[in-house]
Write a protein that binds this ligand. Structure first.
Ligand code: SF4
Ligand code: SF4
Length: 462
Protein backbone atom coordinates (compact mmCIF):
# COMPACT_ATOMS: atom_id res chain seq x y z
CA UNK A 1 0.00 0.00 0.00
CA UNK A 2 1.43 3.41 -0.96
CA UNK A 3 2.32 5.85 1.81
CA UNK A 4 0.55 8.71 0.11
CA UNK A 5 -1.57 8.95 -3.01
CA UNK A 6 1.15 10.73 -4.95
CA UNK A 7 3.58 7.87 -4.37
CA UNK A 8 2.31 6.20 -7.50
CA UNK A 9 1.88 2.52 -8.13
CA UNK A 10 4.59 1.17 -10.48
CA UNK A 11 2.18 -1.17 -12.23
CA UNK A 12 -0.73 1.04 -13.20
CA UNK A 13 -1.56 4.51 -14.45
CA UNK A 14 -2.29 7.26 -11.94
CA UNK A 15 -5.63 7.72 -13.65
CA UNK A 16 -6.91 4.23 -12.81
CA UNK A 17 -7.56 2.56 -9.48
CA UNK A 18 -6.82 -1.04 -8.58
CA UNK A 19 -10.15 -2.08 -10.14
CA UNK A 20 -9.36 -0.36 -13.44
CA UNK A 21 -11.85 2.46 -12.84
CA UNK A 22 -10.92 5.99 -13.76
CA UNK A 23 -9.43 8.21 -11.08
CA UNK A 24 -10.46 11.77 -11.87
CA UNK A 25 -7.40 14.01 -11.54
CA UNK A 26 -7.47 17.42 -9.89
CA UNK A 27 -3.97 18.77 -10.56
CA UNK A 28 -2.77 21.55 -8.30
CA UNK A 29 -2.45 24.99 -9.80
CA UNK A 30 1.07 26.19 -10.44
CA UNK A 31 2.67 29.59 -10.94
CA UNK A 32 5.91 30.34 -12.67
CA UNK A 33 7.60 31.68 -15.79
CA UNK A 34 6.85 28.62 -17.92
CA UNK A 35 3.17 28.81 -17.09
CA UNK A 36 3.14 32.53 -17.95
CA UNK A 37 4.78 31.86 -21.31
CA UNK A 38 2.32 29.10 -22.10
CA UNK A 39 -0.68 31.25 -21.15
CA UNK A 40 0.48 33.92 -23.61
CA UNK A 41 0.84 31.29 -26.35
CA UNK A 42 -2.52 29.72 -25.50
CA UNK A 43 -4.45 33.01 -25.64
CA UNK A 44 -2.69 33.99 -28.84
CA UNK A 45 -3.73 30.65 -30.41
CA UNK A 46 -7.31 30.90 -29.12
CA UNK A 47 -7.56 34.46 -30.49
CA UNK A 48 -6.16 33.34 -33.82
CA UNK A 49 -8.56 30.39 -33.99
CA UNK A 50 -11.59 32.58 -33.25
CA UNK A 51 -10.62 35.55 -35.42
CA UNK A 52 -9.03 33.91 -38.47
CA UNK A 53 -12.26 32.94 -40.25
CA UNK A 54 -13.58 36.51 -39.80
CA UNK A 55 -10.60 38.13 -41.51
CA UNK A 56 -11.55 38.68 -45.13
CA UNK A 57 -8.85 39.11 -47.74
CA UNK A 58 -9.93 39.82 -51.32
CA UNK A 59 -13.52 39.07 -50.31
CA UNK A 60 -12.81 35.62 -48.87
CA UNK A 61 -12.00 34.37 -45.34
CA UNK A 62 -8.27 34.14 -44.60
CA UNK A 63 -8.66 30.36 -44.30
CA UNK A 64 -11.49 28.47 -45.91
CA UNK A 65 -11.61 24.77 -46.71
CA UNK A 66 -14.71 24.59 -48.90
CA UNK A 67 -15.10 20.83 -49.25
CA UNK A 68 -18.39 20.99 -51.16
CA UNK A 69 -16.99 23.23 -53.94
CA UNK A 70 -13.47 21.77 -53.72
CA UNK A 71 -11.97 25.18 -53.05
CA UNK A 72 -9.16 25.99 -50.69
CA UNK A 73 -8.50 29.62 -49.71
CA UNK A 74 -5.47 30.75 -47.76
CA UNK A 75 -4.64 34.44 -47.11
CA UNK A 76 -6.13 35.68 -50.36
CA UNK A 77 -5.13 32.80 -52.64
CA UNK A 78 -7.87 30.48 -53.78
CA UNK A 79 -7.22 27.11 -55.35
CA UNK A 80 -10.18 25.79 -57.28
CA UNK A 81 -11.06 22.21 -58.04
CA UNK A 82 -8.51 21.16 -55.41
CA UNK A 83 -7.98 17.52 -55.85
CA UNK A 84 -7.32 14.93 -53.16
CA UNK A 85 -3.65 14.76 -54.14
CA UNK A 86 -3.08 18.27 -52.77
CA UNK A 87 -4.81 17.41 -49.48
CA UNK A 88 -2.76 14.22 -49.28
CA UNK A 89 0.49 16.15 -49.87
CA UNK A 90 -0.42 18.78 -47.25
CA UNK A 91 -1.43 16.11 -44.71
CA UNK A 92 1.67 13.96 -45.19
CA UNK A 93 4.07 16.92 -45.14
CA UNK A 94 2.39 18.17 -41.93
CA UNK A 95 2.83 14.74 -40.36
CA UNK A 96 6.51 14.60 -41.20
CA UNK A 97 6.97 18.22 -40.09
CA UNK A 98 5.53 17.24 -36.70
CA UNK A 99 7.87 14.21 -36.68
CA UNK A 100 10.82 16.52 -37.46
CA UNK A 101 9.85 18.95 -34.69
CA UNK A 102 9.35 16.03 -32.30
CA UNK A 103 12.82 14.64 -33.07
CA UNK A 104 14.27 18.05 -32.09
CA UNK A 105 11.95 19.33 -29.37
CA UNK A 106 10.02 16.29 -28.13
CA UNK A 107 6.32 16.79 -27.44
CA UNK A 108 6.44 20.55 -27.76
CA UNK A 109 3.23 20.38 -29.82
CA UNK A 110 1.32 18.65 -26.99
CA UNK A 111 2.30 21.17 -24.35
CA UNK A 112 2.14 24.35 -26.38
CA UNK A 113 -0.04 24.01 -29.46
CA UNK A 114 -2.48 21.09 -29.28
CA UNK A 115 -6.10 22.36 -29.08
CA UNK A 116 -6.73 19.72 -26.41
CA UNK A 117 -4.15 21.28 -24.07
CA UNK A 118 -4.84 24.88 -25.10
CA UNK A 119 -8.60 24.81 -24.49
CA UNK A 120 -8.44 22.69 -21.33
CA UNK A 121 -5.62 24.65 -19.68
CA UNK A 122 -6.64 28.15 -20.73
CA UNK A 123 -10.43 27.84 -20.48
CA UNK A 124 -12.02 24.71 -19.08
CA UNK A 125 -9.77 24.33 -16.01
CA UNK A 126 -10.28 27.98 -15.14
CA UNK A 127 -14.06 27.67 -15.40
CA UNK A 128 -13.99 24.53 -13.26
CA UNK A 129 -11.92 26.32 -10.63
CA UNK A 130 -14.30 29.28 -10.72
CA UNK A 131 -17.39 27.16 -9.98
CA UNK A 132 -15.94 24.31 -7.90
CA UNK A 133 -12.94 25.88 -6.19
CA UNK A 134 -9.36 24.70 -5.61
CA UNK A 135 -8.23 21.13 -6.40
CA UNK A 136 -8.81 20.16 -2.76
CA UNK A 137 -12.35 21.62 -2.82
CA UNK A 138 -13.07 19.90 -6.14
CA UNK A 139 -11.94 16.56 -4.76
CA UNK A 140 -14.13 17.05 -1.70
CA UNK A 141 -17.08 18.01 -3.91
CA UNK A 142 -16.60 14.90 -5.99
CA UNK A 143 -16.74 12.67 -2.92
CA UNK A 144 -19.64 14.54 -1.30
CA UNK A 145 -23.21 13.19 -1.68
CA UNK A 146 -25.47 15.06 -4.09
CA UNK A 147 -26.90 18.22 -2.54
CA UNK A 148 -28.47 21.41 -3.83
CA UNK A 149 -25.11 23.19 -3.60
CA UNK A 150 -23.25 20.41 -5.45
CA UNK A 151 -25.95 20.17 -8.11
CA UNK A 152 -25.93 23.94 -8.67
CA UNK A 153 -22.14 24.14 -8.99
CA UNK A 154 -21.99 21.21 -11.40
CA UNK A 155 -24.96 22.43 -13.43
CA UNK A 156 -23.57 25.95 -13.82
CA UNK A 157 -20.16 24.59 -14.78
CA UNK A 158 -21.63 22.31 -17.47
CA UNK A 159 -23.88 25.08 -18.82
CA UNK A 160 -20.84 27.33 -19.33
CA UNK A 161 -18.84 24.38 -20.74
CA UNK A 162 -21.68 23.78 -23.22
CA UNK A 163 -21.85 27.41 -24.35
CA UNK A 164 -18.09 27.50 -24.93
CA UNK A 165 -18.09 24.13 -26.73
CA UNK A 166 -20.86 25.37 -29.03
CA UNK A 167 -18.84 28.46 -29.82
CA UNK A 168 -15.65 26.46 -30.52
CA UNK A 169 -17.59 24.03 -32.72
CA UNK A 170 -19.33 26.82 -34.68
CA UNK A 171 -15.96 28.46 -35.33
CA UNK A 172 -14.63 25.09 -36.47
CA UNK A 173 -17.54 24.71 -38.92
CA UNK A 174 -16.91 28.30 -40.05
CA UNK A 175 -13.57 27.18 -41.47
CA UNK A 176 -15.47 24.91 -43.87
CA UNK A 177 -18.52 26.96 -44.87
CA UNK A 178 -17.36 30.53 -44.22
CA UNK A 179 -18.38 32.54 -41.12
CA UNK A 180 -20.94 34.78 -42.83
CA UNK A 181 -22.73 31.78 -44.35
CA UNK A 182 -22.63 30.05 -40.97
CA UNK A 183 -24.02 33.13 -39.23
CA UNK A 184 -26.79 33.31 -41.84
CA UNK A 185 -27.59 29.62 -41.28
CA UNK A 186 -27.68 29.97 -37.49
CA UNK A 187 -30.24 32.77 -37.84
CA UNK A 188 -32.59 30.41 -39.65
CA UNK A 189 -34.67 27.42 -38.64
CA UNK A 190 -32.33 24.37 -38.19
CA UNK A 191 -34.73 22.35 -40.37
CA UNK A 192 -33.51 24.42 -43.35
CA UNK A 193 -29.95 23.16 -42.83
CA UNK A 194 -30.55 19.94 -40.97
CA UNK A 195 -27.30 18.22 -42.06
CA UNK A 196 -25.13 21.15 -40.99
CA UNK A 197 -27.10 21.48 -37.75
CA UNK A 198 -26.56 17.82 -36.83
CA UNK A 199 -22.84 18.02 -37.73
CA UNK A 200 -22.38 21.11 -35.54
CA UNK A 201 -24.20 19.52 -32.61
CA UNK A 202 -22.13 16.33 -32.87
CA UNK A 203 -18.86 18.31 -32.99
CA UNK A 204 -20.00 20.46 -30.05
CA UNK A 205 -20.81 17.31 -28.05
CA UNK A 206 -17.38 15.84 -28.84
CA UNK A 207 -15.63 19.03 -27.68
CA UNK A 208 -17.79 19.22 -24.58
CA UNK A 209 -17.14 15.65 -23.48
CA UNK A 210 -13.47 15.75 -24.36
CA UNK A 211 -12.54 19.11 -22.83
CA UNK A 212 -14.97 18.85 -19.94
CA UNK A 213 -14.64 15.22 -18.91
CA UNK A 214 -12.36 12.92 -20.95
CA UNK A 215 -9.34 15.30 -20.80
CA UNK A 216 -6.02 13.58 -20.07
CA UNK A 217 -7.53 10.22 -21.02
CA UNK A 218 -7.46 11.33 -24.64
CA UNK A 219 -3.70 12.07 -24.42
CA UNK A 220 -2.98 8.83 -22.60
CA UNK A 221 -5.09 6.29 -24.46
CA UNK A 222 -6.56 7.81 -27.62
CA UNK A 223 -4.08 10.22 -29.22
CA UNK A 224 -2.21 8.50 -32.09
CA UNK A 225 0.59 11.06 -31.92
CA UNK A 226 1.14 10.25 -28.25
CA UNK A 227 1.49 6.58 -29.16
CA UNK A 228 3.95 7.27 -31.97
CA UNK A 229 6.18 9.81 -30.29
CA UNK A 230 8.68 7.26 -28.98
CA UNK A 231 9.44 6.30 -32.58
CA UNK A 232 10.16 9.92 -33.49
CA UNK A 233 12.39 10.74 -30.51
CA UNK A 234 15.83 9.65 -29.45
CA UNK A 235 18.26 10.46 -26.63
CA UNK A 236 19.04 13.84 -28.23
CA UNK A 237 15.42 15.04 -28.38
CA UNK A 238 14.48 17.80 -25.97
CA UNK A 239 12.12 16.53 -23.26
CA UNK A 240 11.02 17.51 -19.78
CA UNK A 241 13.68 15.71 -17.80
CA UNK A 242 14.47 15.11 -14.16
CA UNK A 243 18.17 15.39 -13.37
CA UNK A 244 18.66 12.05 -11.67
CA UNK A 245 22.34 12.62 -10.87
CA UNK A 246 21.49 15.84 -9.06
CA UNK A 247 18.24 14.82 -7.43
CA UNK A 248 19.03 11.32 -6.14
CA UNK A 249 19.10 9.84 -3.62
CA UNK A 250 16.03 11.84 -2.78
CA UNK A 251 15.07 12.84 0.76
CA UNK A 252 13.74 9.94 2.82
CA UNK A 253 15.65 7.23 0.93
CA UNK A 254 16.34 4.42 3.40
CA UNK A 255 19.89 4.34 4.73
CA UNK A 256 20.89 7.72 3.31
CA UNK A 257 22.15 10.45 5.65
CA UNK A 258 21.13 14.09 5.24
CA UNK A 259 24.56 14.91 3.83
CA UNK A 260 24.28 12.11 1.28
CA UNK A 261 20.89 13.27 -0.05
CA UNK A 262 20.43 14.76 -3.50
CA UNK A 263 18.49 17.95 -4.21
CA UNK A 264 15.05 16.31 -4.47
CA UNK A 265 13.27 16.80 -1.16
CA UNK A 266 10.54 14.35 -2.20
CA UNK A 267 7.77 16.92 -1.82
CA UNK A 268 5.75 15.41 -4.69
CA UNK A 269 4.87 18.88 -5.98
CA UNK A 270 5.91 17.82 -9.49
CA UNK A 271 3.40 14.97 -9.28
CA UNK A 272 0.62 17.08 -7.75
CA UNK A 273 0.64 19.58 -10.64
CA UNK A 274 0.89 17.02 -13.44
CA UNK A 275 -2.26 16.99 -15.62
CA UNK A 276 -1.66 13.35 -16.57
CA UNK A 277 -0.77 12.35 -13.01
CA UNK A 278 2.71 10.98 -13.65
CA UNK A 279 5.93 11.18 -11.66
CA UNK A 280 8.54 12.59 -14.04
CA UNK A 281 11.28 11.39 -11.70
CA UNK A 282 10.70 7.92 -13.15
CA UNK A 283 12.02 9.12 -16.50
CA UNK A 284 10.44 10.18 -19.78
CA UNK A 285 7.03 8.58 -20.15
CA UNK A 286 4.45 8.30 -22.92
CA UNK A 287 1.94 10.10 -20.69
CA UNK A 288 4.08 13.26 -20.40
CA UNK A 289 2.58 16.00 -22.58
CA UNK A 290 5.51 18.36 -21.91
CA UNK A 291 3.27 20.96 -20.28
CA UNK A 292 6.17 22.31 -18.13
CA UNK A 293 4.00 22.42 -14.96
CA UNK A 294 6.50 20.26 -13.08
CA UNK A 295 9.38 22.59 -14.04
CA UNK A 296 7.63 25.55 -12.42
CA UNK A 297 6.58 23.47 -9.40
CA UNK A 298 10.08 22.16 -8.77
CA UNK A 299 11.80 25.50 -9.43
CA UNK A 300 9.58 27.06 -6.78
CA UNK A 301 10.83 24.46 -4.29
CA UNK A 302 14.46 24.92 -5.35
CA UNK A 303 14.17 28.67 -4.72
CA UNK A 304 12.72 27.99 -1.27
CA UNK A 305 15.52 25.60 -0.29
CA UNK A 306 18.15 27.84 -1.93
CA UNK A 307 19.31 25.36 -4.55
CA UNK A 308 19.84 26.07 -8.26
CA UNK A 309 16.70 25.88 -10.40
CA UNK A 310 16.43 23.26 -13.12
CA UNK A 311 16.28 19.97 -11.22
CA UNK A 312 13.44 19.36 -13.67
CA UNK A 313 14.07 21.18 -16.94
CA UNK A 314 14.00 21.06 -20.71
CA UNK A 315 16.94 18.80 -21.56
CA UNK A 316 17.81 15.78 -23.66
CA UNK A 317 18.70 12.44 -22.10
CA UNK A 318 22.29 12.96 -23.21
CA UNK A 319 22.44 16.35 -21.44
CA UNK A 320 21.04 14.90 -18.22
CA UNK A 321 23.77 12.25 -18.42
CA UNK A 322 26.37 15.02 -18.65
CA UNK A 323 27.04 14.70 -22.38
CA UNK A 324 26.63 17.27 -25.12
CA UNK A 325 23.35 17.24 -27.01
CA UNK A 326 23.57 16.71 -30.76
CA UNK A 327 20.94 19.01 -32.25
CA UNK A 328 21.17 17.59 -35.77
CA UNK A 329 20.87 13.82 -35.76
CA UNK A 330 20.45 11.32 -38.64
CA UNK A 331 16.81 10.92 -37.60
CA UNK A 332 16.06 14.66 -37.78
CA UNK A 333 17.88 14.92 -41.14
CA UNK A 334 15.79 12.10 -42.60
CA UNK A 335 12.56 13.78 -41.41
CA UNK A 336 13.71 17.14 -42.76
CA UNK A 337 14.55 15.67 -46.18
CA UNK A 338 11.11 14.02 -46.36
CA UNK A 339 9.39 17.29 -45.35
CA UNK A 340 11.30 19.25 -47.98
CA UNK A 341 10.48 16.63 -50.59
CA UNK A 342 6.75 16.89 -49.91
CA UNK A 343 6.82 20.71 -49.70
CA UNK A 344 8.57 20.77 -53.10
CA UNK A 345 5.89 18.41 -54.42
CA UNK A 346 3.19 20.82 -53.20
CA UNK A 347 4.98 23.73 -54.92
CA UNK A 348 5.24 21.77 -58.18
CA UNK A 349 1.61 20.70 -57.89
CA UNK A 350 0.37 24.25 -57.25
CA UNK A 351 2.50 25.64 -60.04
CA UNK A 352 1.06 23.06 -62.40
CA UNK A 353 -2.42 23.71 -61.09
CA UNK A 354 -2.16 27.43 -61.74
CA UNK A 355 -2.15 26.64 -65.47
CA UNK A 356 -5.21 25.60 -67.39
CA UNK A 357 -6.25 21.99 -67.03
CA UNK A 358 -7.86 20.84 -70.25
CA UNK A 359 -9.84 17.64 -70.43
CA UNK A 360 -11.32 16.40 -73.71
CA UNK A 361 -14.15 13.90 -73.50
CA UNK A 362 -15.43 12.19 -76.62
CA UNK A 363 -19.15 12.53 -77.35
CA UNK A 364 -21.58 9.61 -77.34
CA UNK A 365 -21.44 9.06 -81.11
CA UNK A 366 -17.96 8.07 -82.27
CA UNK A 367 -18.38 10.02 -85.50
CA UNK A 368 -21.07 11.33 -87.84
CA UNK A 369 -20.64 11.00 -91.62
CA UNK A 370 -22.42 13.16 -94.21
CA UNK A 371 -21.21 12.33 -97.69
CA UNK A 372 -17.42 12.47 -97.54
CA UNK A 373 -17.47 14.79 -94.53
CA UNK A 374 -16.79 13.40 -91.04
CA UNK A 375 -17.59 15.13 -87.74
CA UNK A 376 -16.20 14.16 -84.32
CA UNK A 377 -17.85 15.73 -81.30
CA UNK A 378 -16.00 16.33 -78.01
CA UNK A 379 -16.74 18.06 -74.75
CA UNK A 380 -13.96 20.31 -73.52
CA UNK A 381 -13.70 20.79 -69.75
CA UNK A 382 -11.43 23.59 -68.63
CA UNK A 383 -10.29 23.85 -64.99
CA UNK A 384 -8.94 27.28 -64.33
CA UNK A 385 -7.13 27.65 -60.99
CA UNK A 386 -5.43 31.00 -61.35
CA UNK A 387 -6.75 34.56 -61.05
CA UNK A 388 -6.16 35.79 -64.63
CA UNK A 389 -8.71 35.62 -67.44
CA UNK A 390 -8.34 34.04 -70.87
CA UNK A 391 -9.90 34.48 -74.31
CA UNK A 392 -9.10 31.27 -76.05
CA UNK A 393 -9.19 30.55 -79.75
CA UNK A 394 -8.64 26.94 -80.80
CA UNK A 395 -6.48 26.13 -83.82
CA UNK A 396 -5.84 22.82 -85.48
CA UNK A 397 -2.27 21.81 -86.28
CA UNK A 398 -3.61 20.07 -89.40
CA UNK A 399 -4.98 22.16 -92.25
CA UNK A 400 -7.25 19.27 -93.32
CA UNK A 401 -9.18 19.48 -90.00
CA UNK A 402 -11.40 22.36 -88.91
CA UNK A 403 -12.02 22.99 -85.20
CA UNK A 404 -15.44 24.47 -84.56
CA UNK A 405 -16.61 25.88 -81.25
CA UNK A 406 -20.11 27.29 -80.66
CA UNK A 407 -18.52 30.47 -79.32
CA UNK A 408 -15.14 31.86 -80.24
CA UNK A 409 -13.16 33.06 -78.42
CA UNK A 410 -13.96 31.00 -75.30
CA UNK A 411 -13.86 33.50 -72.42
CA UNK A 412 -12.55 32.01 -69.16
CA UNK A 413 -13.03 33.94 -65.96
CA UNK A 414 -14.49 31.25 -63.73
CA UNK A 415 -12.71 28.25 -62.25
CA UNK A 416 -14.54 25.73 -64.42
CA UNK A 417 -15.82 26.02 -67.95
CA UNK A 418 -17.29 23.54 -70.39
CA UNK A 419 -17.61 23.88 -74.12
CA UNK A 420 -18.49 21.70 -77.11
CA UNK A 421 -15.94 21.08 -79.85
CA UNK A 422 -16.52 19.76 -83.33
CA UNK A 423 -13.75 18.51 -85.58
CA UNK A 424 -14.73 18.44 -89.23
CA UNK A 425 -12.66 16.86 -91.99
CA UNK A 426 -12.89 14.89 -95.25
CA UNK A 427 -12.71 11.11 -95.24
CA UNK A 428 -9.57 11.40 -97.37
CA UNK A 429 -7.74 12.86 -94.33
CA UNK A 430 -8.04 9.52 -92.47
CA UNK A 431 -5.39 6.83 -92.38
CA UNK A 432 -6.73 3.39 -91.33
CA UNK A 433 -9.82 5.08 -89.90
CA UNK A 434 -7.97 7.47 -87.54
CA UNK A 435 -6.18 10.78 -87.57
CA UNK A 436 -4.03 12.27 -84.83
CA UNK A 437 -3.86 16.06 -84.59
CA UNK A 438 -2.82 18.68 -82.06
CA UNK A 439 -5.10 21.54 -81.11
CA UNK A 440 -3.47 24.70 -79.91
CA UNK A 441 -5.06 27.13 -77.47
CA UNK A 442 -4.26 30.72 -78.39
CA UNK A 443 -4.96 33.42 -75.81
CA UNK A 444 -6.11 36.64 -77.48
CA UNK A 445 -5.46 38.65 -74.30
CA UNK A 446 -1.76 37.86 -74.07
CA UNK A 447 -1.31 36.91 -77.74
CA UNK A 448 0.40 33.68 -76.75
CA UNK A 449 -0.23 29.97 -77.10
CA UNK A 450 -1.08 28.80 -73.59
CA UNK A 451 -1.59 25.06 -74.14
CA UNK A 452 -1.89 22.34 -76.69
CA UNK A 453 -3.59 18.99 -76.67
CA UNK A 454 -3.35 15.88 -78.82
CA UNK A 455 -6.60 14.38 -80.13
CA UNK A 456 -7.21 11.18 -82.03
CA UNK A 457 -10.05 11.59 -84.53
CA UNK A 458 -11.92 8.62 -85.93
CA UNK A 459 -13.96 7.78 -89.01
CA UNK A 460 -14.75 4.83 -91.29
CA UNK A 461 -11.95 2.47 -92.38
CA UNK A 462 -11.88 2.81 -96.16
S1 SF4 B 1 5.56 15.24 -16.25
FE1 SF4 B 1 5.69 17.45 -16.12
S2 SF4 B 1 5.71 18.16 -18.24
FE2 SF4 B 1 5.04 16.01 -18.25
S3 SF4 B 1 2.80 16.18 -18.25
FE3 SF4 B 1 3.46 15.97 -16.11
S4 SF4 B 1 3.67 18.07 -15.38
FE4 SF4 B 1 3.56 18.17 -17.59
S1 SF4 C 1 9.08 18.98 -7.10
FE1 SF4 C 1 11.30 18.76 -7.26
S2 SF4 C 1 11.90 18.46 -5.15
FE2 SF4 C 1 9.72 18.10 -5.18
S3 SF4 C 1 9.54 15.90 -5.54
FE3 SF4 C 1 9.50 16.85 -7.54
S4 SF4 C 1 11.62 16.78 -8.21
FE4 SF4 C 1 11.65 16.44 -5.99
Amino acid sequence: MSKNRFDLDEERLATTDEHGHRVYLHPEDVQGPWKNRRQIVYWFLIGLYLILPWIYIKGKPALLVDIFNREFTFIGFTFYGVDPILFFLIAISSLFFIAFMTSLFGRVWCGWGCPQTVFIQALFMKIETFFEGSPRERRALELAPMSFSKFTKKALKWIVFTIISLHIAHTFIGYFVGPRELFYMTMQNPINHVGMFIATMIISAIFLLDFGWFREQFCIIACPYGRMQSVMMDENSLVIAYDVARGEPRRGTAGVTKEGEGDCINCYNCVKVCPTGIDIRRGTQLECIACTNCIDACDEIMIKIKKPKGLIRYASETEVQGQKRKIITPRSIVYLVIVLFFISSIAVFLNKSSNLQLILMRGKETYVQRGDEITNRFELKINHQGNRNYKLVLESSDKEVDVITPVSPIVINTHEKRSILFFRFKTSALKSGTKKITIQFFDQLTKTYVANKEVVLVGPVL
